[in-house]
Design a binder for this molecule. Sequence first.
Ligand SMILES: [Zn+2]
Ligand SMILES: [Zn+2]
Length: 153
Amino acid sequence: MNRLNVPQEGGCRCGQVRLKISAAPIITMACHCTGCQKMSSSAFSLSAAIPAEGFEVIAGEPVIGGLHGATRHYFCPHCLTWMFTRPEGMDWFVNLRSTMLDDTSGVAPFVETFTSEKLPWVATSAMHSYETFPPMEAFGGLIQEFAERTASA
Ligand SMILES: [Zn+2]
Ligand SMILES: [Zn+2]
């Protein structure tokens, strides 16, 4: 798998909100759940899980959108692009919507989730598929395999 280039910047559709990542993702994912279909206005969402200390907003002030629940979804206040998510109870990483990055060469999903809600004609190149989320005990192995597959790319 192609490794995602870091450090690098990204931004929303209009460019008012800009961000920078200085750490490589711990995993990349696609989510087929109906919530992601709605919020992405598309077939699935793309995520790169960036360690929180390696993620910063460098311009603009994103606003909360989506369901306004404990998991916080951040949007550009002007163009309303869905940019990143801070999942409930998991402050150590940020789920960046991968297509915000200026260089999208390393954003292919390694894992796909919620295939039970997938549109029937959609296929991704993900190497691991789960009907909902991977069980918690699977994450250690997935993260290690992702690191190995992107180490030499
Ligand atoms: Zn914008
Ligand atoms: Zn989802």
